[in-house]
Design a protein around this ligand. Structure first.
Ligand code: KG4
Ligand code: ZN
Length: 345
């Protein structure tokens, strides 16, 4: 089965073709970073309009580069939510209409489930069950995953998401958007022990809070000046945030008794987070899994793959188009006939 995946929930137009026999056949991505850069964050209306402009040229490019004909597409998966309403509508309407024209099934996919399953596309895929640390620009969640659609929320951020904290601190430091990669780059030159920033809620369950850390960095920025200090602040901030993510992940593994941790979402591309998890999990005989960097941030491949997991069991959506800007992942259910699902058709 060849599934076309469409991701348009935020500021990336991502399209990909996933072939259940051979894996990824091709992917294209257009990032709107430059469009939003002067505003220091994503402007929803500009995002929607740009997705509309890019979807047709991108699908033509994808078909051409992968050598797949439109008639060979067996199903279409698009991001249904969570995300920006207007942006979601563009991909959902495009995907649903194209599926109608081709007389093929279509399905709306949960964006965070897409992120969480992306590591399954890697050379060393994790098996269920596992704990998932989902860290993106909008979400920070620890989830126990027992199978497709069988998720239990263990903890989440009560204020800013991890990626959002990176983005806000970068903005305070006048670094380019998105903030994660900018901070990580600056942090490489800095001393992570220079400032002892708070690790909020470290000893309270599995929820997260990053707004106090952000305020603390803001206060420190007002006090100190100079390039070296900026690098030290970036390194110390990254360390505080990573330290919190690592300790809570370890706690979640202990609490559930699971030995596999999957990290996903934009922040899972962070090298320091990966290093720290590799080291700490090794000590407890557990293993960390992640996707290649291009599949950590938003992309069409994760949507095609997550869509396939449900389509293969016969699940599909009707002709009406539904977008769900707010959509808790725990509302998902397992595909109806998962056990009987055949690999191919
Ligand atoms: O998953 P994603 O692409 O989009 C959402 O679904 O939100 O995540 C984007 C977030 C941004 O906040 C960005 O700053 C962060 O991921 N990010 C990183 C890195 N790369 C992207 N954060 C830390 N280190 C990175 N290397
Ligand atoms: Zn995302």
């Amino acid at each position: 089965m060849i599934v076309l995946g469409l991701e348009t929930s935020c500021d990336e137009t991502g399209l990909a073709l996933y072939d259940s026999k051979t894996g990824l056949r091709g992917q294209v991505l257009y990032s709107q970073i430059k469009l939003h850069a002067e505003y220091g964050g994503v402007v929803p209306e500009l995002a929607s309009r740009d997705h509309v402009r890019k979807l047709i040229p991108l699908i033509n490019q994808l078909l051409e580069q992968s050598g797949v004909k439109k008639s060979e597409i067996d199903a279409i998966a698009y991001t249904r939510g969570p995300g920006l309403m207007g942006a979601l509508m563009t991909g959902a309407l495009f995907g649903r209409s194209l599926a109608f024209a081709l007389n093929k099934p279509a399905i709306g996919v949960h964006h965070m489930e897409g992120h969480m399953l992306a590591p399954l596309l890697s050379a060393n895929p994790p098996e269920f069950p596992f704990v998932a640390l989902l860290v993106s620009g909008g979400h920070t969640q620890l989830m126990a995953a027992y199978g497709i659609g069988q998720y239990e929320m263990l903890g989440e951020s009560i204020d800013d998401a991890a990626g959002e904290a990176f983005d806000k601190v970068a903005k305070m430091m006048e670094l380019p958007y998105p903030g994660g990669p900018s901070i990580a780059r600056l942090a490489e030159q800095g001393d992570s022990k220079a400032f002892d920033f708070p690790r909020p809620m470290l000893h309270q369950g599995l929820d997260f809070s990053f707004s106090g850390l952000k305020t603390s960095v803001s206060n420190q920025l007002k006090k100190v000046q100079g390039q070296q200090r900026e690098e030290d602040i970036a390194a110390s901030f990254q360390e505080a945030l990573v330290d919190t993510l690592v300790k809570k992940s370890v706690k979640a593994l202990k609490q559930t008794g699971l030995k596999r941790l999957v990290i996903a979402g934009g922040v899972s591309a962070n090298q320091r987070l990966r290093q720290r998890l590799e080291a700490d999990l090794k000590k407890m005989n557990a293993q960390v899994y992640y996707a290649e960097p291009a599949l950590c941030t938003d992309n069409g491949a994760m949507i095609a793959f997550a869509g396939y997991q449900r389509l293969k069991g016969g699940q599909q959506d009707g002709l009406s188009v539904t977008t769900t800007p707010r959509w808790p992942m725990t509302e998902l259910s397992a595909p109806a006939d998962q056990s009987e699902a055949t690999e191919e058709n």
